[in-house]
Ligand binder design. Structure first.
Ligand code: BES
Ligand code: MN
Ligand code: ZN
Length: 495
């Protein structure tokens, strides 16, 4: 997709399609009013006939406009005439984008930015337009012998007043970078496990790095990990013939003495559960166990593209978790890089094992904050469903920053407790801790496990098990929590 800013007025605009908004009770947005006047009352006639009521979520394509340089229009219902919530604004964009997805239209112009949105500025509205169109028009590339029909829409312009052009341009560039980050994250996440291996992820990270001068990369192989004493990470990878990798990307947008923001993503490219083998049903979805890692790659790419004035480190421990004669076993006791010992009671609780060594490794960057993203527990889906990601952290200010970013970006989170009472569930008779905490509060005890390795810095953890991909008929990656993290980083860059 190609995105641009358009400043022509509706009466002089040339376009294959314009998107305009209207409210209930026949009241039109400014662009809709202009278009109505310009088209001998096309829109008001449609409203009078009752073909459209202006309710939220409505979107109607009128694919013929006589004698007009704008050849089609999508009319989008905005509900009662009042400032829209951010959520409703996003929904309006989504319904417009969905209508355009299945048409022969190559380029369209979105006239919804003029709509009032509660506590949102123009930059946010332009940016969100690009994000939503990019997201909705994302097309999987399935390996089918007869390919799916291609989406035709190639270009989207965003209509703003000439005076707003400069601000709009900033929003546009942010939107493009975020949309491309989401798209990269989804693409990597949707790839099957036989393509997207730890080595493949490392190669992708190398490719991103080669496009930007202020990006650097280091990829640790198993020998490097051994030297560092990463006994937990290496144990998970033992059952796999694909070697584990620890990807370390460094973006420098500030002086090297400015403490970096470290982001970590679980990069388990396939999680069969290991010797504690998962049931067969739905196991294919465990190719998505690297969505956190894919998010790190997407975010680092966007940050470099936007040249944000921040120092950022992206870490991705990448491994498979498979059963094998040499696989790690229940009862095994591991020594992590931190020196803490771990009794394995379930080899399917592997995410925390690859993450704990990465959390220890992160110390060497002297981080300002560390944020990890992981498809960590099925229990998180039981607790919160598939709406918000679970948020944990040892620092209230950091958690609040992430909550604020989630509200702006619409990528929701819900804070969960990390109280010391839960730590008892991780007691082991044979080691410093067990790797599981029993059946109660599974998302919380997993976070408590990680917290033990993140004591020396401000840290937050996002359990994205319920939000990183969709199951069922619409199976596919969502690209979350890229929007959340990008908003957090943009806020940090502005602070
Ligand atoms: N990757 C899974 C978590 C997961 C499961 C995410 C289903 C999304 C959907 C993780 O490695 C795992 O297997 N966790 C176990 C932990 C348990 C053994 C304590 C789980 O959630 O069942
Ligand atoms: Mn597992
Ligand atoms: Zn897993």
């Amino acid at each position: 997709m190609d995105y641009s800013i358009e400043t022509a007025s509706v009466s002089t605009l040339q376009s294959d399609c314009i998107i305009v908004g209207l409210y209930e009770n026949n009241s039109l947005s400014p662009s809709a009013t202009a278009l109505d006047q310009h088209t001998r009352n096309l829109i008001s006639t449609i409203l009078q006939r009752g073909d459209l009521t202006g309710k939220k979520g409505e979107a109607l394509l009128v694919n013929f406009i006589p004698d007009c340089a704008i050849t089609r229009v999508v009319l989008v219902g905005l509900g009662k005439q009042a400032p829209l919530s951010k959520k409703d604004y996003r929904k309006a964009l989504q319904s417009a984008a969905k209508v355009l997805k299945d048409q022969v239209i190559n380029d369209a112009c979105c006239g919804l930015v003029e709509v009032d949105v509660v506590s949102a500025d123009l930059k946010w509205k332009v940016r969100t337009t690009v994000e939503i169109f990019g997201d909705t028009l994302y097309q999987l590339k399935p390996l089918k012998s007869i390919p799916d029909p291609q989406i035709k829409l190639q270009r989207l312009s965003v209509l703003v007043a000439p005076n707003d052009q400069a601000q709009a341009q900033i929003g546009l560039e942010q939107g493009i970078a975020i949309a491309e980050a989401i798209s990269l994250t989804k693409k990597l996440s949707d790839l099957p496990g036989n393509v997207c291996t730890p080595s493949y992820l490392a190669d992708q990270a190398r490719q991103i790095t080669s496009s930007y001068a202020n990006l650097q990369i280091e990829i640790l192989d198993e020998l490097d990990m051994e030297k560092l004493g990463m006994g937990a990470l290496l144990s998970v990878s033992r059952g796999s013939r694909q070697p584990a990798k620890l990807i370390a990307m460094q973006y420098q947008g500030r002086d090297s003495n400015v403490k970096p923001i470290v982001i970590i993503g679980k990069g388990l490219t396939f999680d069969a559960g290991g010797i504690s083998l998962k049931p067969g049903e739905g196991m294919d979805e465990m190719k998505y166990d690297m969505c956190g890692g894919a998010s790190v790659l997407g975010i680092i790419q966007a940050v470099a593209q936007l040249a944000l004035p921040l120092n950022i480190v992206g870490l991705v421990p990448a491994s498979e978790n498979l059963p094998d004669g040499d696989a790690y076993k229940p009862g095994d006791i591991l020594t992590s890089m931190s020196g803490k010992t771990i009794e394995v009671l379930n080899t399917d609780a592997e995410g925390r094992l690859i993450l704990c060594d990465t959390l220890t490794f992160a110390q060497k960057y002297n981080p300002d904050v560390v944020i990890d993203m992981a498809t960590l527990t099925g229990a998180c889906i039981v607790a919160l469903g598939r709406v918000p990601s679970g948020l944990y952290g040892n620092d209230d200010a950091l958690c609040q920053d992430l909550i604020n970013a989630s509200e702006t970006s619409g990528d929701s989170v819900w804070r969960m407790p990390l109280w010391e009472e839960y730590q008892e569930q991780l007691k082991s008779n044979f080691a410093d801790m067990a790797n599981i905490g029993g059946k109660d509060g599974g998302s919380i005890t997993a976070a408590c496990f990680l917290a033990r390795f993140a004591e020396s810095y401000r840290w937050a953890h996002l359990d994205i098990a319920g939000t990183a991909w969709r199951s069922g008929a619409n199976k596919g990656a969502t690209g979350r929590p890229v929007p959340l993290l990008m908003q957090y980083l943009l806020n940090r860059a502005n602070a």
